[in-house]
Design a protein around this ligand. Structure first.
Ligand code: 3PG
Ligand code: MG
Length: 630
């Protein structure tokens, strides 16, 4: 019924625990569809019919022969898992192993599909025009075995956003999708009707914050506004913007200026070029900025030679300057010094660039009548455009809406957050996270540590971490932090288990391990299921949450589970009423990757600047506006 007039390719996924019903379904639809993904309790009979060992998993002989018959006539359409999670008993709290489907050890139960299968299924789902899904992929009612179902729901949600027609049947499957909040745009079979669930909506707020030191009070009518933004956005190899959050969040400030009757001269950096370099040209983003603003954007291809364009700019017009960092003067650091330069030569070069920086700043200042700094992501840099230029506008300098919004939201977490307050800190380098951990530990009830940085703690506690990341010189500090947590009565959570790989590669062989007992030659790449469950509970019971840094090598699909589950828990906490703030390029990228960025309270556009702000450091970008002495 569901498949009448359905557009091909059609992918069908059948799982759950009703083996006979699902066998019948396959027999009924096989001829009319393109791909059938086999999951749940169906896996065992199909694996056995293909000559594999299925351990202790239940299979009836009749099902095996039906599976054989299906395989014989539809081999090309049937897609079996290639790997799976198995357990020594069919319970959440069991010993869990990850194995290839054709290498299931004796005495184990198949509990969920494995990480590689998740990929293969996602491709078959997202590559289709029609997707029909009935049945969970593993024992998704047990948190440790919900991975396959969640990842599949996510693939379906991603596909749906991109035009896939997704039709879902089966109470468990629908419940899982609803639990993850991924139903938007899908059709659910309700009775004998297909009912479309709410549209997925992409919300970008256009609303400006109300209080604090704002540009609200300033009338930009007739003014040329020199606006520093942080349009340091990620680009792919074809110069397409892969995450435009920083641009979208800048729209309210620019619109306010234009609405007042002002003109805007936008300055930004992109990346860390050391010379003029097409790869880092802001010309690649002009079109998109213009689309976001709904007005044409002019471009000045040299930020120091824009006098004529700036002078000709009329009220309501926008000019974007080329990357400021094409000039060494922006950062005020000498370039091109020989490796063997003496200290004296270095000093002289530094003095020279500091001197030429003055002219550079003056030229930028000459373009505008007033200065707005709205580059929160770059507020921790004392650069020409974020700091020094402000002195040319002693009475006409201010912070934009984006900065104000950031500061208000971060303060909400740090000072007025409802308890319990939980900070989640991840990432790979502990040396870059020490200050923030030390600062947060005095402010929170729970501190959750994940990602590469956790292994230094585990090592400090005497664990065997194999080849996992660790910074030995930080071990004393890790011990100090462990002590601080005890003294301050803060619950410090560290991983108990992890997914390990035998190389730093998505295609590595994967095993689960106790985090204190990682075999030689293997390294921790993601959190294990027990850790995930523990962290999820703490997060979902928190009222205020700050998250910075991924929980594993999430950019590799097979090691993204921990980060994704934490992202999901943060979203669920938000739904339950918590205030949640996520910051840092990687964490935001992770949220975007999992399609969850609209489900948190506040996504910061900053990485380093956010960390320094939380650490209590004074940010030059803010100081330049608030202080008269710069
Ligand atoms: C960032 O992305 O962190 C900001 O744009 C600042 O860039 P920077 O770290 O190169 O100064
Ligand atoms: Mg940075």
């Amino acid at each position: 019924m569901m498949l009448q007039n359905a557009e091909h390719p059609i992918t069908v996924l059948l799982g759950g625990d009703k083996v006979k019903e699902q066998m019948e379904a396959i027999e009924g639809i096989a001829s009319g569809v393109d791909t059938i993904l086999v999951a749940g309790a169906l896996v065992a009979p199909f694996a056995k019919a293909s000559g594999m060992n299925v351990g202790n998993s239940k299979v009836c002989d009749e099902c095996v022969s039906r599976a054989k018959a299906i395989l014989e006539s539809n081999k090309a359409k049937i897609c079996l898992p290639v790997d799976c999670y198995v357990a020594d008993k069919p319970e959440n709290d069991s010993n869990i192993e990850h194995t290839k489907l054709n290498e299931i050890p004796d005495g184990r139960f198949i509990m969920d599909i494995g990480v590689k299968t998740v990929d293969i299924f996602a491709e078959k789902i997202e590559g289709a025009k029609t997707f029909v899904w009935n049945g969970t992929l593993g024992h998704s009612e047990m948190p440790h075995f919900a991975y396959g179902t969640y990842k599949t729901a996510l693939a379906a949600a991603r596909g749906t956003v991109n035009g896939l027609k997704t039709m879902v049947d089966g109470d468990d499957t629908k419940a899982a999708i609803l639990r993850y909040g991924l139903e938007g745009g899908m059709f659910f079979l309700e009775g004998d009707k297909l009912v479309k669930k709410a549209e997925r909506k992409v919300v970008h707020t256009d609303e400006a914050p109300k209080d604090g030191y704002t540009i609200d009070k300033y009338n930009f009518n007739g003014k040329k506004v020199l606006l520093r933004v942080d349009f340091n956005v990620p680009l792919d190899e074809n110069f397409n913007i892969t995450d435009d959050t920083r641009i979208v969040c800048e729209v309210p400030t620019i619109k306010k200026i234009l609405k007042d009757g002002g003109a805007v001269i936008i300055m930004s950096h992109l990346g860390r070029p050391k010379k003029v370099d097409n790869k880092f040209s802001l010309k690649h983003i002009v079109k998109h900025v213009s689309e976001c603003l709904g007005v044409p954007v002019q471009f000045a291809d040299d930020c120091q030679k824009a006098q004529a364009q700036a002078a000709a700019l009329k009220s309501g017009e926008v000019l974007l300057l080329e990357n400021l960092r094409f000039y060494a003067e922006e950062e005020g650091k000498p370039r091109g010094l020989a490796d063997d330069a003496t200290d004296e030569e270095k000093k002289a070069a530094k003095a020279a660039v500091k001197e030429s920086q003055k002219e550079f700043v003056k030229t930028l200042a000459s373009y505008g009548d007033c200065y707005v700094n709205d580059a929160f992501g770059t507020a921790h840099r004392a650069h020409a455009s974020t700091y020094y230029v402000a002195k040319y506008f002693p009475k006409d300098k201010m912070l934009g809406y984006l900065v104000e919004n950031e500061v208000n939201n971060i303060n909400k977490v740090l000072t007025t957050g409802e308890k319990p307050v939980t900070a989640i800190v991840g990432g790979s380098k502990i040396s870059t996270k020490i200050d923030i951990i030390k600062s947060l530990i005095t402010k929170v009830d729970n501190l959750i540590v994940g990602g590469g940085i956790s292994y230094t703690f585990i090592k400090a506690m005497g664990g065997n971490i194999g080849r996992s990341l660790a910074e030995d010189d930080c071990i004393p500090i890790a011990n100090e932090i462990l002590d601080m947590a005890k003294k301050l009565n803060v619950n410090l959570y560290l991983p108990v288990d992890c997914m390990i790989g035998d190389k730093f590669d998505n295609e590595a062989n994967i095993r689960m391990a106790d985090v204190r007992n990682v075999p030689d030659g293997w390294e921790g790449m993601d959190m294990g299921v027990k850790t995930i469950q523990r962290y999820t509970e703490v997060i979902e019971n928190s009222k205020t949450i700050l998250w910075n840094g991924p929980m594993g090598v999430f950019e590799m699909e097979h090691f993204s589970n921990g980060t994704m589950k934490v992202a999901l828990a943060v979203c669920r906490a938000t739904e339950l009423g918590a205030f949640t703030l996520v910051g840092g390029g990687d964490s935001i990228a992770a949220l975007n990757k999992f399609n969850l960025s609209e489900k948190i309270s506040y996504a910061s556009t900053a990485g380093g600047a956010l960390l320094e702000y939380i650490e209590g450091k004074e940010l030059p970008g803010l100081k330049a506006i608030s202080s008269d002495e710069i």
